[in-house]
Design a protein around this ligand. Structure first.
Ligand code: ZN
Length: 140
């Protein structure tokens, strides 16, 4: 991915973060998912009073993409920080469930970007964050 595409995806993640529903943790996360067809789907964390029903920003974006017919993910950018923070001071890495969920449609070469700002970011492959992923191949 080129620098411009990465920056654009990070900006989308920041925008998505503004929609976060996080009354319980106060930790707002935004994600922007780029599919192989070039579409961008944005997601935020959506918490629930029954905590286990909470969904992460990454899966929110992924579900929106798949429900719109997208099955091949190219990259995702993730931004997370306390809701009222003036700036993002830490990288928000995807949780284990989200890593597994993304691997269903992204594969090990999917790009995963965690960012504090457009300039302060880390870029990984999903394979780096989830080595030896479980897949349907494992069941054969
Ligand atoms: Zn997650």
């Amino acid at each position: 991915m080129n620098e411009e595409a990465i920056s654009e995806l990070i900006l989308n993640a920041f925008e998505a973060r503004t929609k976060s529903y996080c009354p319980y943790s106060g930790y707002a996360v935004g994600a922007a998912l780029l599919t192989e067809s070039g579409q961008v789907f944005m997601g935020c964390n959506v918490e629930n009073s029954s905590y286990g029903a909470t969904i992460c920003a990454e899966r929110c974006a992924a579900l929106k993409a798949v429900s719109e017919g997208e099955r091949s993910f190219k990259a995702i950018a993730i931004v997370g920080a306390p809701r009222d923070a003036k700036e993002v001071s830490d990288y928000a890495y995807p949780c284990g469930i989200c890593r597994q969920f993304l691997s269903e449609f992204g594969g090990s070469d999917m790009t995963v970007i965690v960012a504090k700002s457009i300039d302060d970011r880390k870029v990984f492959s999903l394979g780096e964050l989830l080595p030896e992923a479980f897949s349907s191949e494992s069941m054969k």
